[in-house]
Design a protein around this ligand. Structure first.
Ligand code: HXC
Length: 545
């Protein structure tokens, strides 16, 4: 049996066999204005022409609109600026009447909380950025700052729209300016899901977090062809600016995803740790994980040789509520580990030396990585937990000439500047300048604990005795030197290779029972929770370091 349906645009009846017995419906005439409105919206929402959408799919990519659907809570997205078009009269751009000008902008909910989102549409003029495209993003960012909600950008673009000349360059200018002004006020997240070339890379670089997906995302200031022409180097897209390059070498990328859906899942998880703006606290979550859960792993740590490497992630997992740790910058400067956990339900940012990599020593990249993360935590009212096991700064000409003094100073600055609650736990070694840098008491640590296995000293026993007893060691007979060294090192260790001298001077507040570390840390953060009311601190911004 045929059923008469109303076409949403024309209002005309169409037949559909539903098998049901019905009476023909009286058809309403759709007013012209409504018909036009619906027609425009259907066309505008379709994005680029079918062949461009097919090409996008063939590359294994989602469309700009599908991406928003993955990211936001179902049915929550409200678009603004769908009908905006380019005003560029050159190259016939205006006559193409591209609705939205290659970018979708609007507001949606993620995990129930509002966020501003823009998603570049590669199927329309290659997602290139013209002035209208930029104006839409800028307007969205202004609204997000006013509304105190995060901005998430999904980038898939050929860069500055060549046909619009300096107008498109200026468009980037207005975005970079807003990225900087909004920095530290609202979280800004960039998701690269296609090309991001030329000066366009600097908008993501100014934001707090950059996500890339394996095989889909590429970022570079100059592409392989320009590199070849300028330097003679031959390099492919992936090696030059793929996700793993930026995650492990340049440090531009904080999170690598295996696919687009995996990427959106990670973004949502990250957002669950962040407040909506610097005027809020991060969202707490109830946990059934007991605050008193004993950490037997830390008892074992007291037994192991101080030089034995281990992954500090294991300790973080054991300390965290429900063993959940969202690591940031996993593949970059692996000698330091940073990320988010919850302790007793409250979000805490962790900074931890990682003895599994370069013995956990501090170097240029580790200093930059940790310093920027600390500044982000401070901006967004997230307390800081520092886990210390550091033999010092990584030695070498490359580090000295590369500016370890300048970069290392950023870490000191960030810790001293941070006014959020700061709790430190010394696990094992804490030597020299690196001991001071890692949120030591006199650098402003609020509560400084150590395990009984901690060794806090100017340097390790072997290095110290070579300086203190160089004459005696030189004068000793060749065959007696090693025994003398061992004896002197033991004497030095007995005196300094423990936390007790430091505790007696008050630079460690308490040496704690290792198995009680979780409950002691939760207690300390609860005690310090009122240290600073949200939004009270001066705004500093999260400058890329
Ligand atoms: C205008 C562009 C464009 C651009 C791509 N398109 N980039 N249109 N301006 N910057 C158009 C193409 O002409 C094509 O249009 C469509 O987008 C798809 O592009 P393809 O080349 O067919 O796609 P693909 O093979 O996937 O290659 C993608 C690409 C390549 C790698 C991004 O298009 C490319 O190299 N583009 C230029 C990248 C670049 O150098 N940008 C930097 C610009 S300078 P049709 O009509 O054929 O479908 C810059 C400076 C900013 O950004 C400075 C800020 C301060």
């Amino acid at each position: 049996m045929a059923d008469l349906m109303e076409d949403p645009i024309t209002g005309a009846a169409s037949a559909q066999d539903t098998g049901k017995k019905t009476h023909p419906k009286k058809l309403r005439v759709v007013p012209e204005s409504l018909r036009k409105f619906r027609e425009i919206h259907v066309l505008a929402e379709a994005g680029g022409p079918p062949e461009k959408i097919a090409a996008q799919k063939a590359k294994g990519k989602l469309t700009a609109r599908e991406r928003i659907a993955y990211l936001t809570d179902e049915g929550s997205f409200q678009e603004i600026g769908l009908l905006m078009e380019s005003r560029c009269t050159d190259f016939g751009i205006k006559d193409k009447h591209i609705k939205g000008d290659g970018v979708i902008t609007g507001f949606g909910r993620i995990g129930g909380r509002p966020a501003a989102i823009f998603s570049e549409d590669f199927t329309q003029l290659g997602g290139s950025l013209g002035r209208t495209h930029a104006d839409k993003i800028a307007k969205l960012m202004d609204m997000a700052v006013d509304a105190r909600i995060p901005v998430i950008g999904i980038l898939d673009s050929g860069g500055a729209r060549i046909q619009e000349g300096v107008d498109s360059l200026d468009g980037y200018g207005e975005i970079f300016y807003r990225n900087t002004k909004a920095s530290g006020i609202i979280p800004q997240i960039s998701i690269i899901l296609g090309p991001c070339a030329g000066g366009a890379v600097y908008s993501p670089a100014l934001t707090d977090f950059v996500f890339m997906a394996k095989g889909l995302s590429h970022m570079f200031v100059t592409g392989p062809e320009v590199v070849k022409a300028a330097t003679g180097e031959e390099v492919d897209f992936e090696t030059l600016g793929g996700s793993m390059t930026h995650a492990s070498k340049s440090g531009v990328c904080h999170f690598v995803a295996n696919s687009e859906p995996d990427c959106f899942r990670q973004v949502k998880e990250l957002m669950s740790f962040l407040p909506q703006s610097r005027f809020e606290n991060p969202p707490a979550q109830e946990t059934k994980d007991s605050a008193d859960r004993r950490i037997s792993l830390l008892e074992k740590l007291c037994e192991v040789d101080p030089r034995k490497p281990y992954r500090v992630n294991h300790i973080i997992w054991w300390l965290a509520d429900d063993h959940k740790f969202m690591e940031v910058h996993h593949d970059f400067a692996r000698n330091i580990v940073v990320g988010f956990i919850r302790l007793g339900g409250q979000v805490v940012g962790v900074i931890a030396n990682n003895p599994a990599h370069m013995a956990g020593a501090l170097d240029i990249n580790a200093s930059d990585k940790a310093a920027r993360f600390i500044r982000l935590l401070n901006n967004f009212n997230i307390p800081i937990l520092t886990l210390v096991d550091v033999p010092g700064y990584w030695p070498g000409v490359a580090q000295e000439h590369g500016g370890i003094i300048r970069h290392g100073a950023k870490l000191l600055y960030a810790y001293a500047e941070a006014t959020v609650p700061k709790v430190t736990l010394v696990l094992r070694k804490a030597y020299g300048g690196a001991y001071i840098a890692m949120s030591s008491k006199l650098m402003g640590g609020d509560m400084n604990f150590s395990l009984p296995s901690a060794e806090i000293a100017v340097m390790g026993p072997r290095g110290a005795i070579e300086i203190l007893y160089s004459r005696q060691i030189k004068e000793a007979k060749e065959e007696e030197r090693e025994a003398l060294r061992a004896k002197l090192a033991k004497e030095y260790s007995d005196k300094f290779a423990s936390p007790y001298q430091t505790a007696s001077h008050g630079s460690i507040d308490e040496v704690i029972e290792p198995s009680q570390a979780r409950s002691r840390l939760i207690g300390a953060f609860r005690l310090l929770a009122g240290k600073r009311r949200p939004g009270e601190h001066a705004h500093t911004g999260n400058i890329p370091l």
